[in-house]
Design a protein around this ligand. Structure first.
Ligand code: PMP
Length: 579
């Protein structure tokens, strides 16, 4: 059992308040908080040891180099790499995967080869392979997941074949918490002669890892999710793969000898660390590893299971709440609890929790293909780490019950609790905001069909999956009919409803003027004194929340495109990305 209270005392940020409440930080899957030991390591380096590494022939530079290389040794031991030479420092997991795609992929993947990914990959473990496939003519294939959010291992067997050159799979899903059976995947991958890349971004911080017994040829992870600073990540390479890799970035540090016309390269891992590295970040990552080892990775993994089990038990009692992914245990870490609540958009859930000081993530979590597979535009995710308490999970559950009550379709606006806000921190003290936005959200205007010739325009915010379709009918320079349909968070739906309210019957010039005014309002600019924006005034506070501005603007930017379209011309067949 972890002594969580003692651990919490090591994390200065956890004593902060947020919106008048103690901070409850439940977004460690995005980035973890940092203990004092890591922060001190950063400061100490700059105060006492700052010099460039591997170059200086003076004591200070030698000290810096020694600390930098000692962090490499610590990281290697942490994940049981055969030797520190297999540890390459990069910026983050994303860069680690891109490094493999370039340095190994460009040399070993050819036209007609296959790269196998899975339906639960983060975009970081998809896009580099898409780019590689484009460069080489290789083909991407994807292993599906089953209804429980686990990999379909039978499909893996069907998809693996002599053309498979690489399997790129996450160890732990950042959305579902699923633990993939990497050792088994490695066995099957190697049986067809392919290499295995494991995305360890969500596993290395949360469980004991032995890269060799996992059978990963490449393991990528980020320092900032495991108590380390941002800007440092790791690629672990099994020694026999180095011979198959060309240099990635060229420049200082990675060379043996350079003439004007050609160069030879340093040995790995330095061959892959061109230029001055993030020295302070690497040293502080070493301090993070020391901290994690001090607490014990077994104990941290166990704590994740306890948090996850408690979250599942309490959250499943919230009316309308559906949890995704397998329950904590052998097939899931418990480090994440991802869910939906009937009739409540994830943005609204996150904003209402934020009003109570609870930080969670809402959106597609950089897993759009997984969201598509689940048939959900977005979800809400609470994620836990060694500093989270059972009391925090209880606070989460009770706040979510309140959210579910607030958005219950049977609820009248007048009886809403002040904290059960539609947009939380957009204007936490603004009763007008809550009531007006929620009223438009629950009873949106402009839903009636419009007949006759219309311009139909579709807008989408890929960040959260919000969508809107406008059907606009104009007669003699006036808006004779306007239908606004779609789905989204309270701000996006309310903004569309207000648009319909204000524009029906207006001239096109008036519509354009209002549109310019609304866009200016969301940029924080003053409005012309004679421009009456009606209920839209309730959305003024949204300007301070860049992500929500996109929600509020969705219907308006879609209208802008519709107004610029001559009647009868179809919308080009692509998503309109207003993000
Ligand atoms: N893979 C997974 C599974 C992740 O959760 C993340 C971060 N959300 C990444 C890769 C990318 O990490 P980074 O942004 O630090 O490169």
């Amino acid at each position: 059992m972890l002594d969580v209270e003692r651990i919490r005392a090591d994390f200065p940020i956890l004593s902060r308040t947020m919106n008048g409440h103690p901070l409850v930080y439940l977004d460690s899957a995005a980035t973890s908080q940092k203990p004092r030991a890591v922060i001190d390591a950063l400061v100490r380096y700059y105060e006492t040891t700052n010099a460039n590494v591997h170059r200086g022939v003076y004591r200070l530079a030698e000290e810096a180099t020694q600390e930098y290389e000692s962090a490499r040794t610590k990281v290697a031991a942490f994940i049981h790499a055969p030797s520190p030479a297999g540890v390459i420092f990069v910026r983050n997991a994303t860069e680690a995967i891109n490094l493999v795609a370039r340095a190994w992929g460009d040399r070993n993947i050819h036209e007609g080869d296959e790269i196998l990914v899975t339906a639960m990959e983060h975009h970081s473990n998809l896009v580099p392979w898409h780019l590689l496939a484009r460069r080489t003519g290789a083909r991407i294939r994807a292993v599906p997941i089953d209804g429980d959010g686990r990999l379909d291992m039978a499909a893996l067997d069907v998809l693996l074949n002599q053309r498979t050159r690489l399997v790129a799979v996450t160890h732990v899903s950042n959305v579902l918490g699923t633990i993939n059976p990497i050792a088994e995947i490695a066995r099957r991958t190697h049986a067809v002669g392919a290499a295995l890349l494991v995305d360890g971004a969500q596993s290395v911080p949360h469980m004991p890892i032995d890269v060799t017994s996992l059978g990963a040829d490449f393991l990528a992870f980020s320092g900032h999710k495991m108590l380390g600073p941002t800007g440092v990540g790791v690629l672990v390479v099994q020694p026999d793969r180095y011979d198959q890799m060309d240099p990635f970035l060229g420049g200082g540090e990675m060379i043996r000898e350079v003439t004007l016309m050609s160069s030879t390269y340093a040995d790995p891992p330095w061959r892959f660390e061109a230029g001055t590295p993030n020295i302070a970040g690497v040293i502080a990552l070493g301090a993070a590893v020391d901290y994690l080892r001090g607490v014990g990775m077994e104990a941290i993994a166990q704590h994740g299971l306890v948090m996850g089990a408690q979250a599942r038990a309490l959250l499943s009692a919230v009316p309308g709440l559906t949890l995704l992914g397998p329950p904590p245990g052998p097939f899931a870490t418990g480090g994440v609890a991802t869910f939906t609540i009937d009739n409540v958009h994830p943005h609204d859930i996150a904003a209402a929790l934020d009003a109570k000081g609870i930080a969670v993530r809402a959106g597609h979590h950089c897993c759009q293909p997984l969201m598509a597979r689940l048939g959900l535009p977005a979800t809400t995710r609470a994620s836990f780490y060694l500093y989270n308490t059972e009391a925090e999970v209880e606070q989460l559950a009770s706040a979510l019950s309140e959210v579910a009550r607030t958005y219950s379709p049977s609820k009248s606006v007048a009886s809403m609790t002040p904290d059960g806000v539609a947009a939380g921190s957009a204007a936490p003290d603004d009763e007008f905001f809550r009531e007006v936005v929620l009223d438009h959200y629950l009873h949106p205007a402009g839903r009636e069909p419009v007949d006759g010739p219309v311009v139909e325009w579709h807008g989408k915010n890929p960040l959260c999956g919000d969508e809107v379709t406008l059907r606009l009918k104009t007669e003699d320079g006036r808006i004779a009919g306007l239908q606004v349909v779609g789905h989204g968070c309270s701000i996006s739906v309310a903004s569309g409803s207000m648009l319909a309210d204000r524009l029906e019957g207006r001239t096109l010039d008036e519509a354009r003027r209002l549109l310019r005014g609304v866009k200016a309002m969301f940029r924080g600019e003053p409005l012309p004194a004679d421009l009456d924006i009606g209920d839209l005034a309730a959305l003024r506070g949204v300007k301070d929340l860049p992500v929500r501005v996109k929600c509020a603007l969705l219907a308006w930017t879609t209208l802008e495109e519709a107004l610029d379209t001559p009647p009868g011309s179809p919308q080009e067949p692509h998503d309109h990305d207003h993000s």
